[in-house]
Design a protein around this ligand. Sequence first.
Ligand SMILES: Cc1ncc(COP(=O)(O)O)c(C=O)c1O
Length: 405
Amino acid sequence: MVETSSTRAPFVPSANVAQLKESATIAVSARARALRAEGRNIIDLGAGEPDFETPEFIRRAAQRAIDAGATRYTATEGILSLRQAIAAQANASYSGEDAVHANDVVVSTGSKQSLFNACFVLFGEGDEVLIPTPSWTSYYEMVGLARATAVPVYGDQANGLKVTVAELEAAATPRTRGLMLNSPCNPTGAVYDSAELEAILTLAEDRGWWVISDEIYQRICYDGSAPSMLDVARTRDRLIVINGVAKAYAMTGWRIGWAIAPRAVAKTMTALQSHTTSNAAAVSQHAALAALTEHEVADTEVARMVDEFQARRDAVVRAVREEPELPYVHPDGAFYLYLDVGAVSGSADAGTAFAQHLIEHHDVAIVPGAAFLTPNWVRMSYAAPMEHVMTGIRRIVQAYRDMRG
Ligand SMILES: Cc1ncc(COP(=O)(O)O)c(C=O)c1O
């Protein structure tokens, strides 16, 4: 019998992905694109990427690398010079036992892959992983793909939605194997100070938990610096630090991130990556090498972008203060403003109702807090030109006043 579409079995996703959800941040961008295609002038404040071009010295380094033959496979874990540069940068922060060596570094296709690799090699069926919440949407899915259970731990609004040791302890069970922390935080912009990081690390060490510290926004911070776990750690036995070039150097499309891990973990992550994607793109590794080693020009470029983000951060915070009823988390880093719109609707998902109203009636795209397991909230990104950011925040405040009635 000839097989036709009516006799073919329908596609049933495997158990591996049965629980997988589409990223809500991507869904908003898709809706913004669809409305733009209809001719609507949508202001997109949903995106999580710098609106700047990659600095010229990095683009030139990549062009030179192509001409010099960086067109082939590299070692799975990345070129030695880049791993050495990453290790040197880490050792400038870390003064504990067992200095970071290039062989403790695995370069991947974006920090997203490093985070996934870490979850996949550390966690499995029956394990629980604490996730300070709200948190970046992909953490929950990555832990799920490793067949472990993501356990959200909710931070207090009075503490910028950051979690405390007491809250982590209360959520722990004998099955807890680790936690994933992100500072500066997406979606809140909150920054954990050194004392907070040290307290969390000490708890994790006492309990034998793995700590995955996602520091991708570390260089984007205002009013002082955002500490790394490496600044406070005395050992790295159970610490995996994740970073990359995407946000600080406006290099999202180059796809370079890395993990700094204990040697045995790094080896296993490399083995996993060798069977999935192999090395990150060779030319992108050379571009990242320039970003990490041409310090003077790199620091100037990062400072220029951070200054611009800070001007926007100051402006949105001023605008939102004009509506004293609209609570928000004061952002000390990253490029997001997190707003509590719980008062606008009687529905359990006020953030989605608000975001839908905003895009359909005010032509502004933002991300509902449901994507970060906090459905009363919404996230606006200020990684967009100042005039878009200002028009967007004014419309947000206006829509909030209208909907609250
Ligand atoms: C908290 C967080 N971690 C990691 C990433 C992924 O960055 P990369 O482009 O390096 O994969 C993002 C991107 O939005 C992020 O917000």
